[in-house]
Design a binder for this molecule. Structure first.
Ligand SMILES: Nc1ncnc2c1ncn2[C@@H]1O[C@H](COP(=O)(O)OP(=O)(O)OP(=O)(O)O)[C@@H](O)[C@H]1O
Ligand SMILES: [Mg+2]
Length: 98
């Protein structure tokens, strides 16, 4: 099912719709929506602790969202692990080796 605000645009490869991530004691992401455009270098900017790494972990299948939906093209996707994300062409290089 499409998110109610999601418009399936031809130039959008990946769409995250209202992603939230709750860790014990912290809401790291609060209804974040995010597009990755085809054929572009896409950049995510935010202050320390804003939740950039957390969002990348959701997209790469390292962790799973508490709420929200992710789409590739018009298809809803859910990555249980990095292997499933990799099957969709998504990999990650970490900021820190830890
Ligand atoms: N495993 C975790 N358990 C609890 N809280 C966490 C966990 N990972 C991240 N957080 C918290 O979630 C928030 C977002 O952290 P995140 O690392 O995603 O931010 P960031 O934008 O990548 O920051 P930076 O610019 O420092 O890399 C922070 O408040 C952080 O303390
Ligand atoms: Mg980070």
């Amino acid at each position: 099912m499409m998110g109610e605000n999601y418009k399936c645009r031809d130039d959008v490869f990946f769409h995250a719709e209202k992603i939230s991530k709750i860790y014990p004691g912290t809401k790291a992401l609060d209804e974040v929506s995010f597009d990755l455009l085809k054929g572009k270098v896409n950049v995510l900017i935010g202050e320390n602790g804003a939740g950039k790494s957390t969002l990348m972990k959701m997209i790469a299948g390292i962790e799973q969202p508490s709420e929200g939906t992710m789409y590739i093209e018009e298809h809803e996707v859910y990555f249980k692990n990095t292997t499933e994300a990799r099957k969709c062409g998504i990999g990650i290089i970490h900021q820190e080796l830890s």
